[in-house]
Design a protein around this ligand. Sequence first.
Ligand code: NAD
Length: 299
Amino acid sequence: MATIGFIGLGRMGSAMSRKLVEAGHEVWVFDINPAAVQTIADLGVHAATSAADAASNRDFVVTMLPNGPDVEETLFGEAAVADAMSKNTLYIDMSTIAPDATDKIAKRLADMGIRMVDGPVGGTSEFAERGELLILAGGDPKDVEAAQPIFDVVGRETIYCGASGGGTRTKLVNNYMSTALNALTAEALAFAEVAGLDVQRTVKVLAGTTAGKGFLTGAYERKIFSQDISPEFGLALASKDLNLALTYAASLNVPLGVGAAASQVYAMSRADGLGPNDWSAVLETLRIKSGLPGQTFKA
Ligand code: NAD
């Protein structure tokens, strides 16, 4: 069983450190808020006197803090956790922070001879309570493998996301999509309600179509991921439908900001001459506008 320093006992960290104790690990916990330590004090954790105390001479040090500046401050500020860790400690940051912060932290620790894995998580505190988080791990594969016993306790699955910073970057891409999709979903349901539709019936319809099922494993897989943008559903027709919806919503005074931004993407694709192709070809337009090379498609 391992010795673990766990820093940051909020909604996520308190549940994760409890799981680690239940799995038989020796866990030293610290939070700047003494009340947070108090809530899990009777669960068999060791209450550290400082962040450095939690981190010194441990096999693993885990941080689960709000944001990058909190992690940097904990490691390199007055708390001096980086100095407290030994060369044998594997440091795992599971907070959601900016990629450049992860890069800076990893480099600074590497210069001190300390290995780091970024392992931000998918799933809410409900998932943390059950030890069913999704771990998005970045770092040297050997270090991610070494962190696996920790990940196995707090998570149901670990996905290796590439070199250092890959976990943080994957987490941001994931959350970009889920948060934007949340706003789009809310727009569609407000639109349905104002249009006089039964919302629950509309939800049933949307859940069974591409609207609710998404593109990744359906339309994209069959078409653009297979280098095929021949039209299964034409991009120009999709653009027409989106604009019909926007016009109708405008007549009802329903604001559809996410949809309005999407209509500009279709306009760019049409201007690029992709109108006759499959609607999944918007991906090609955005790839090219983002500086990526164009792909070759099946004739
Ligand atoms: P939280 O605000 O509940 O907890 C953060 C804890 O960190 C608090 O107890 C706070 O006192 C402590 N803290 C702050 N600065 C500190 C410092 N310098 N030293 C020691 N402790 C310090 O946040 P949370 O919901 O547990 O989230 C933690 C991280 O996990 C965030 O990056 C968040 O984005 C991410 N995350 C949260 C969820 C979720 O559903 N809550 C899901 C996935 C990822």
